[in-house]
Design a protein around this ligand. Sequence first.
Ligand SMILES: Cc1cc2nc3c(=O)[nH]c(=O)nc-3n(C[C@H](O)[C@H](O)[C@H](O)COP(=O)(O)O)c2cc1C
Length: 211
Amino acid sequence: MKNHFALIASLAAAVMLLSGCTPRFSFSRNVTVNQSLDDLFASRRSVRSYDATKTISEEEVRTLLTASQQAPSWANRQPSRYYVAISPEKLAAVRECVGERNAQNVAGAPVLIVSTFVKGQSGFGRDTAVNEIGDGWGAYDNGLANAYLILKARDMGFDTLIMGFRDSDKLRSILAIPDSEEVLAVIALGYRAQEPGTPNHLALDEIVKFY
Ligand SMILES: Cc1cc2nc3c(=O)[nH]c(=O)nc-3n(C[C@H](O)[C@H](O)[C@H](O)COP(=O)(O)O)c2cc1C
């Protein structure tokens, strides 16, 4: 059975190579890494300079947000909510909420997405927090959903910048965000105008302990 699988995989890879396609998977004894996912991780960077001549459609933003819905959440509570500024008026208004430096950096981005989560959902039983993290689990779920969103964005050829430096009160009033939601990040979406740098990462052994 294993041999049949390996033979089919080799034939598929050979056909793809002959037809000019790059195989996304390689098969050995164990299923091995999908290299294209690593490429996606490497090419996703925080972009702080956007091409103002390029636009992104509502349909494309819907595709991103649909991908974000595939993210796991506490008991499938799906607490994340999104407010999309895509009209010139709302874009200008939201840009005013992210501080001067961020506003300059995302000036050319055609879309700004505000992410929030509904409080008292993730991490809660009947009205009470299940453990000490409380609404932190809502933030956790929103972060996961946003991770899917920004990776899908890169997969579609877009770039992003997550901004935690923002004025939540101002955003609430501009976008009519209810008090039942906590405002988290503003995410700029657009096309890079400059190649971003690659940040340093801690050595793996600084962040992990095996037991
Ligand atoms: C929760 C969060 C808040 C952030 N806030 C800002 C911000 O306000 N302005 C900014 O320029 N970058 C912001 N960043 C981007 C980080 O600086 C960036 O992700 C980090 O330096 C690693 O770089 P990379 O995204 O290119 O891998 C934020 C990132 C996260 C996850």
